[in-house]
Design a protein around this ligand. Structure first.
Ligand SMILES: Cc1cc2nc3c(=O)[nH]c(=O)nc-3n(C[C@H](O)[C@H](O)[C@H](O)COP(=O)(O)O)c2cc1C
Ligand code: SF4
Length: 418
């Protein structure tokens, strides 16, 4: 058995070819599910495995599937392949190199929630990946692993790719659904959530590419096996996208419970020019920024432990900052991004990101004035908790935490200096 759960192509390079994937047991789990198991049984296995969503929020996957409104049909599944968070590039590798495992996971999820049509929503820049997936879907149809009346049953499944136009907000699941319906990509007011009111107003499960790619392996090896790979609170493995000031940036699959120290210094080879490590952005541009203390570096990577440190694991896009970089520059970069990507639907985010961008530019220009930093904190605090979707919340995380945790970079004394 491969040492990898998701990045299996690193040991089996041709796993993207159907024949090779099938030789490795591929599509047996889907066939067995459709032919011999009920949708409820599949959902229960995924619940028992402890799998949580890898798109950022970490919501329990089996539980989400069980929320589908049984009185409203048809049902849909949408794979979220938008992957627009700066620093996240794991879904792209999975699709490029291990696409059939992802497609099998999507097929199993569809069967588990009774969907006979599934969609893959890809950001516009991923048009080559969409063409590649289309060719893989054709192979599966030819092999009668997708299509009408599968394996002699009444269950049929079609999978379609759908390209967005390249907007970060379209990774947010309700903006994604609006975009799929041909509307402007802006989030919906919730509740209702997609499992009761999703695509075309029908019950819909939206799951991340990495989340779905775990599913075939869980069915093949069992829920207990998956649980045993991680920790009690965070089951299984996670692909971390490591970037920033490290020697070996890249995707690394690690069991939950590993540490930032292992990720950055073992897999990542340490800091460029062996400079001292300064900060970690655990979840890309959306991060509450952590000071890279020994305590942080040695904390087990789990959803709850990272929250206790005052941040979030998110989609696992770890950006490393060393002591050659000042945090006022970091937040200027992240705020510029959020200002550009704000969809404009609600005022605190639309106007607030504009003003934060203006202030961070002034602050990063070098002439830091006490009142500019105070004003920046005031704007950020007023955005917080007043937005329609999480993008507005994400936009203030870096600002609030970097001023609090790196006061020296904003011309302020640290608390210990008095
Ligand atoms: C601004 C914003 C951007 C997001 N971008 C993505 C994305 O690119 N990919 C993704 O899977 N989830 C993204 N999400 C999370 C999705 O809304 C949703 O929670 C996720 O696709 C659910 O799948 P999961 O349960 O498998 O994690 C984003 C959320 C927000 C608020
Ligand atoms: S918080 Fe920002 S991105 Fe989200 S709905 Fe409001 S304006 Fe749009």
């Amino acid at each position: 058995m491969s040492n990898y759960v998701l990045l299996r192509h690193r040991e089996i390079p041709d796993i993207k070819e159907l024949k090779v994937y099938q030789k490795q047991g591929g599509f047996k789990s889907f066939k067995n599910a459709v032919a011999n198991q009920t949708p409820r049984e599949i959902t229960d296995i995924i619940k028992a495995s402890g799998l949580r969503g890898r798109g950022g929020a970490g919501f329990p996957t089996g539980l989400k599937w069980s929320f589908m409104d049984q009185k409203n049909w048809p049902h849909y599944v949408v794979a979220n392949a938008d992957e627009s968070e700066p620093g996240t590039f794991k879904d792209r590798e999975i699709i490029e190199e291990n696409p059939l495992q992802f497609l099998e996971g999507l097929a199993i999820a569809s069967y588990a929630v009774g969907a006979e049509a599934a969609y893959i929503y890809l950001r516009g820049e991923f048009w080559q990946l969409a063409e590649f997936l289309d060719s893989k879907i054709k192979d599966l149809e030819k092999a009668k692993l997708l299509g009408d009346k599968l394996f002699g049953t009444d269950y049929s499944l079609k999978i379609y790719t759908h390209l967005g136009a390249g907007a970060y907000i379209c990774g947010e699941e309700t903006a994604l659904l609006e975009s799929m319906e041909g509307k402007r990509g802006q989030p919906r007011l919730r509740p209702p959530f997609p499992p009761s009111y999703g695509l075309y107003g029908k019950p819909t499960v939206v799951n991340n590419v990495e989340t779905l790619s775990n599913v075939p392996q869980i069915l093949e090896h069992g829920a207990e096996w998956y649980q045993s790979l991680g920790t009690e609170e965070s089951a299984g493995v996670k692909v971390f996208s490591l970037s920033g000031r490290v020697k070996n940036p890249g995707n690394y699959e690690m069991p939950f419970g590993s540490t930032y120290r292992e990720l950055i210094f073992f897999y990542g080879g340490g800091i460029l020019d062996d400079a001292p490590i300064k900060a970690i952005l655990p979840a890309g541009a959306s991060s509450a920024i952590l000071r890279a203390t020994d305590e942080v570096l040695d904390t087990p990577l789990e959803y709850a432990s990272i929250r206790k440190l005052g941040s979030d694991l998110g989609s696992g896009s770890v950006i490393v900052i060393d002591d050659t970089i000042s945090m006022d520059w970091v937040i200027k970069k992240t705020i510029d991004f959020f200002k550009h990507e704000s969809c404009g639907k609600c005022t605190p985010c639309r106007e607030g990101t504009y003003w934060m961008s203006h202030l961070t530019k002034e602050i990063a220009s070098g002439d830091i004035k006490e009142e500019q930093v105070d004003l920046l904190l005031a704007v950020a605090s007023n955005i917080r908790g007043k937005c329609l979707c999480a993008l507005g919340e994400f936009s203030v995380m870096g600002v609030l935490t970097s001023v609090e945790r790196f006061p020296e970079d904003f011309g302020r004394k640290s608390k210990t200096e008095g």
